[in-house]
Write a new protein. Structure first.
Length: 94
């Protein structure tokens, strides 16, 4: 347990940051899961433009969530770059 006043304040601050970081990471993982679900059901999506547009829209949301996580220093830049690269490779396979 923290003894000094500064240590107590730092602990409160870290708990607040932890809450925000978990929220951001959760948003990223939910966005990625929804995109992967769309990609997996890509054969069942409407033929032509509509299916691809839905996937592109989901991918833009994932990119946005990942970029915000980097901006807030929740995730590292290279980790996000790797995730985006792998997801875009999955999309290009369709």
């Amino acid at each position: 347990m923290a003894i000094t006043q500064g240590a107590k304040k730092a602990h409160r601050s870290s708990l607040r940051k932890q809450e925000f970081n978990l929220r951001r990471k959760g948003k990223v993982s939910r966005a990625i899961k929804s995109l992967k679900k769309l990609i997996a059901s890509g054969k069942n999506l409407p033929a032509g433009r509509q299916g691809k547009e839905a996937i592109q829209k989901a991918f833009r949301e994932v990119q946005s969530a990942l970029d915000k996580a980097v901006k807030a220093k929740t995730l590292k830049k290279n980790t996000v770059a790797r995730k985006k690269s792998r997801l875009s490779k999955l999309i290009k396979k369709l």
